[in-house]
Design a protein. Structure first.
Length: 310
């Protein structure tokens, strides 16, 4: 059994750790509320934007916009390059949050490579940047300045060059790996195809092979509203499509930020609870050791007194 002095030192260390994890849990809870509000605010706009594009779209109209046109398959001379945008956090102490995102990115990267595409990685977050640097995987772009409060400007900076490449015919697809914020406890990694644009409920664009077997978004058919459009549908769809892509990237950024805080809060709560259980165990061990030490001291005192009497 450990000595009482050693147990007291361990108890003090665990108490200090519990204070830190409890504080981090409280900070993450506070940040989570604000991040969740940003997610809730971003989703309706993204859904409405997709619905408007789907209502205005027709197969003939879609063929005139490069962002909606599916590229030709590889065997027919289509573009050989695909872009993968990977979003992680800058900080750790969030359980398996970043590891799950990196694993999903690796799997998607391997699938696209196996299909014959050259994958350009665009990485956001120190954790992903450090991982791909460690495995010596080249990246086309690395951003560590966005943090947990992304803005629409950040999304535009990420999306605009990729939109230009796709319109020029140099990209077969753009996919985003991010954390889907379902709740503070459920934040699974998700792979979202952003280009070519296929808003929910839209008719299929020109025939072509989806890169690496990515599935098109589907939704329950609904009755389209009647729009009064000026100057015309072409001008409106042409203006909305880049905005739709940028908004999808922004939504991925804010959902990952909220998921990070939820994962960190859960991890810190588990750490705090584990520290409490450890303190209970150490306190019992200390009490037993101290009791044994006191009993031994009393026995030595009594034995000494009896020896003096003899």
């Amino acid at each position: 059994m450990a000595k009482p002095r050693e147990l007291r030192r361990r108890i003090k260390s665990v108490e200090s750790t519990r204070k830190i994890t409890r504080t981090m849990e409280m900070v993450s809870t506070s940040k989570l509320k604000r991040a969740q509000e940003r997610v809730v605010s971003a989703r309706p706009y993204a859904q409405a934007l997709g619905a408007v594009i789907a209502d205005l779209l027709s197969p003939e109209l879609a063929e005139r916009f490069p962002l909606m046109r599916r590229p030709a398959p590889l065997e027919k001379g289509g573009p050989k390059k695909a872009a993968l945008l990977v979003i992680t956090s800058n900080r750790g102490l969030a359980g398996a949050f970043n590891a799950n995102l990196v694993r999903a990115a690796r799997e998607r990267d391997a699938a696209l490579t196996a299909a014959g595409y050259t994958v350009d990685l665009h990485v956001v977050g120190k954790k992903a940047v450090a991982y791909f640097r460690f495995v010596r995987r080249p990246v086309a772009e690395a951003r560590i300045d966005i943090g947990d409060r992304p803005t629409a400007r950040h999304a535009e900076e990420l999306a605009a060059p990729l939109i230009a490449e796709y319109e020029a015919g140099r990209l077969a697809s753009l996919e985003v790996v991010f954390a889907h914020f379902k709740s503070a406890l459920v934040t699974p990694p998700e792979v979202l195809r952003v280009l070519p644009v296929e808003p929910a409920g839209a008719p299929p664009p020109a025939a072509g092979k989806t890169p690496a077997g990515a599935a098109a978004a589907t939704a329950t058919p609904r009755r389209a509203p009647v729009y009064i459009i000026r100057p015309d549908a072409d001008a409106l769809v042409g203006a909305l499509l880049p905005q739709y892509v940028k908004n999808q990237v922004y939504r991925a950024l804010v959902e990952t930020a909220a998921s990070e805080h939820g994962a960190r809060r859960t991890a810190m709560k588990n750490a705090t609870d584990s520290a409490g259980d450890m303190l209970d165990l150490l306190t019992r061990s200390y009490n037993r050791a101290r009791q044994g030490q006191i009993t031994q001291e009393l026995s030595e005192i009594v034995g000494g007194a009896e020896a003096l009497k003899g």
